[in-house]
Design a protein around this ligand. Structure first.
Ligand code: ADP
Ligand code: MG
Length: 314
């Protein structure tokens, strides 16, 4: 059985691209780019809560970093550095090898240096802290949405939730939809290029980790406003609609846009090869119910969603 330090050396220490001193000492050293602010975020993934015990280790390694990269995208930040704290049951080398390959595949795809961490025995749990850079004052916050802004979402929300429902035997998807939904669940693609392109255009942004409605609500609350939603091509009532409105784990971006930047979205969607859909408009807050929204289908009929999203404590 390799020692803790053998494991760290073998699986988690790789050359870095933009770091003064990487893993191996008591702390790493980084030099932020002058004129930039650091965006810092932490996510914890616990077996049984955030991932199934039989998830393929490569996918899990990818996703462990990808969900953190997504937070950088939502801030309009360039992801740069990450640390990884891992609790592992008696490690099997094959499992760790695949996990670390998945993790570094994501790190390479988004140019992130792994600069340190901690490794301990315990129920399988991963905690990543990520740091990114954004030019001073240009970060995309949740709090900037204004009445009259249009509301947009990237990609096709709901696929990850449908993929999970399929794996749990609650629905039976067929190809090619099945492959798309499993890819969304296992290999989420953080929308970094979109986040960077939205700097100076969007008034607010958030990534969809808990569900479209739940995460939109965070923008509305932080911005003290409300929303009217008219979602084009909303799937008919059922699991597909529930997944779209309240399925977690998609890591698409929701953002708000002043009228003058609306036209830029068609070009941007082509450039990024990513659907960008206008799903509604920000309205002034109702004094008695800030952060609320009204939802209508294609025909304009009101819809009451079954739930807004995922909450660990509800
Ligand atoms: P310390 O005892 O000072 O906390 P450790 O023995 O925990 O140091 O770790 C030794 C070095 O290996 C440190 O530089 C740490 O950042 C790095 N490290 C430990 N675990 C990981 C990991 N899972 N991924 C990347 N680096 C790690
Ligand atoms: Mg340590």
């Amino acid at each position: 059985m390799p020692s803790e330090f053998d494991l760290i050396r073998r699986f988690f220490i790789r050359p870095t691209q933009h770091t003064l001193l990487g893993a191996g000492d008591d702390a790493a050293l980084i030099a932020p780019t002058p004129g930039c602010e650091l965006a810092i975020s932490t996510d914890l993934l616990v077996e049984g809560t955030h991932f199934l015990g039989d998830t393929a280790p490569f996918d899990l390694g990818w996703k462990t970093l990808a969900v953190n990269v997504s937070d950088m995208a939502a801030m309009g930040a360039t992801p740069r550095w990450a640390t990884l704290a891992a609790a592992l049951p008696a490690p099997t080398l094959d499992w760790l090898d695949a996990f670390s390959r998945g993790f570094f595949a994501c790190a390479e795809a988004f140019n992130v240096d792994l600069i340190g961490g901690d490794t301990t025995r315990g129920p399988r749990t991963f905690c990543v802290t990520i740091m990114g850079e954004v030019p001073r004052g240009q970060a995309l916050l949740r709090s900037g949405a204004q009445a009259g802004d249009s509301i947009w979402v990237s990609g096709t929300p709901g696929r990850a939730a449908l993929g999970l429902a399929h794996l749990q035997g609650r629905i039976a998807l067929t190809e090619p939809h099945l492959g798309q939904c499993l890819a969304a669940l296992h290999r989420p693609q953080p929308r970094v290029a979109l986040g960077l392109a939205l700097r100076g255009l969007a008034t607010a942004a958030i990534d969809v980790s808990d569900g479209l409605l739940a995460d939109l609500s965070h923008i509305l609350t932080a911005s003290s406003c409300a929303a009217e939603l008219h979602i084009p091509h909303l799937p008919p009532a059922g699991l597909a609609r529930d997944g779209y409105l309240s399925g977690g784990d998609d890591y698409e971006l929701i953002f708000t846009l002043p009228a003058e930047h609306r036209a830029a979205m068609a070009t941007l969607a082509v450039e990024l090869d990513l659907p960008l859909t206008c799903i509604g408009v920000i309205t002034p807050a109702k004094p008695d119910a800030p952060g609320t929204f009204a939802l209508h289908d294609d025909q304009g009929s009101p819809i009451t969603p079954t739930r807004h999203g995922f909450d660990h404590f509800l």
